[in-house]
Design a protein around this ligand. Sequence first.
Ligand code: MV4
Length: 596
Amino acid sequence: MSSTVKGNYEGDTQVLKKVLVANRGEIAVRVLRTCREMGIATVAVYSELDRDALHVRLADEAYALGGQTAAESYLNTEAILDAIEKSGADAVHPGYGFFSENTDFARAITARGVTFIGPPPEAIEVMGDKISSRIAAEAAGVSGVPGRSQTLVHADEVIAFGEKFGWPVAIKAAYGGGGRGMKVVKGADEAAAAFESAQRESLAYFGRDECYVERYLTWPRHIEMQVLADTHGNTLWLGERDCSCQRRHQKLVEESPAANFPDEVRQAMGEAAVKVSKACGYVNAGTVEFLYQDGEFYFLEMNTRLQVEHPVTELVTGLDLVEWQLRIAAGEALTFGQDEVRRQGHSIEVRINAEDPSGGRFTPSPGTLTKFTQASGPGVRMDAGYMEGDTVSQYYDNLIGKLVVWADDREHARRRMLRALEETVIEGLATTIPAAERILEHQDFADGIHSTKWVEEVLDLSDLVVNVTSGEADDQGRLAKAVTAEVNGQRYEMTLYLPEMQAVAGVAQPTKKARRSGGSSAVIGQAGAVTVPMQGTIVKVMVEVGDAVEAGQTICILEAMKMENPITAGAAGTVTELKVTAGDSVANGDVVAIVE
Ligand code: MV4
């Protein structure tokens, strides 16, 4: 049974019959769920590793893309176009990441008469380049951080800007994002080196070296505004999300509304977001990002996709954003105006990643979910991409799911989230839950005085130790066994650490290779060999042959699971061999250097 939605033609109706979700994990599950509620048939695509994944199990039909890595599968245009052809899907939802902001992909789909559930390619293009997006926003009367929109040619321009507007300044990559390549310059003497470094990193990361300069805000909050625009000229702002709790530009906790955020600023920011959206001819769901400091907000960038953290807006407004994406893509007009957007209560989201936050390192922790008990009860939602028994691969981003709560006010939402985190039990790999608990428990978060720098500069996770109940021995050959005891009629839960042989009742088994403690430092295989713990790409080599290095010193940076992981020397010594250079792909266990 398909859904019939009123098209945007006189009397015509446009039937949205079958949607292919060109994505995986929690966002694929999220989109499939709303499609099912709307009576729209669903098509999943999957890599070899995702053959039994949750999104595949929930879809009406599923097509293999082949390959394991994202490049071989979810970023394989031909394979996805082939699945569209075979399935007869009449629309494609890209989710986020992968092809969600790729204009070639959007055009390839629409060229085949298939609807791309997202904005026009032209809007994606304008907003994909930080300079053109800034120029578009300025043209719409929405200011970015005071700066120059022209591409920098010489470091002298940085000095002239800093002398005029004050230090520090930020040099940013025009085609960058997520803060990569951004350099903070505190004074004229640092300008030349910073400009050269920003250009080099921008070229290495984004393939383009254009950079620009603006004043640097020292304690900003990251506040983004959700917009919804149809094809009938209606563009609304739905409310803001505070995403300031980030580490290395990876969001950890998001909430709506923002704490300590005046309503007049909310109104002005919402109107600014609508102006920017209209200026680029935006259609569908989008997010306009701002930096907020000292009562002022500044345009940062626009994300032309549905965002990971969209559920907090859904819980506060009562809207299903995926439903409205589908309706808008089918030509339907919004059925409510700006004054009818209701915002009630407070919502908080915690991203649960397969990462070990011990010591504040957030080391990737792929593995199998040997146990996954999900929280429930009043005001609790879990958007998960996996179920118990599923495996979180190192080949994709490590988001297991998002735990989202709603309550009538922020303090109640904070307490509810702490209760829900405590109820969430995941075994078999490490997760960021303990770090999220530290954030939610901290008085600064409770007071709403955190900023984008708070997690890295104030929150102390150095003493955090995460013990993984994995059914495997730890690096001391011990097995953690969760046990329950009753003492004088009172029930106690505890973890016993037993030598593996004792812990395995009955059959004696050879001790398995001790599971690595989860750090991303070297696992010394052969004498002095520094190896990588997972597949990825070397993005930077920090040493040269002949360098003396200390134990724990970074040899190179491995990009894996969408994170940058330092690969460190396991012991002090001299670098006698370097086996990689920036850009090399490496597999789990590959030797990158010899330190003797
Ligand atoms: C800034 C800034 C302070 N001043 N620009 C980093 C990611 C990219 N979207 C822009 N970012 C920033 N730009 C000026 N002029 C601080 C950041 C920033 C940041 C921004 C949003 C969310 C998290 C952040 C973490 C560190 C730095």
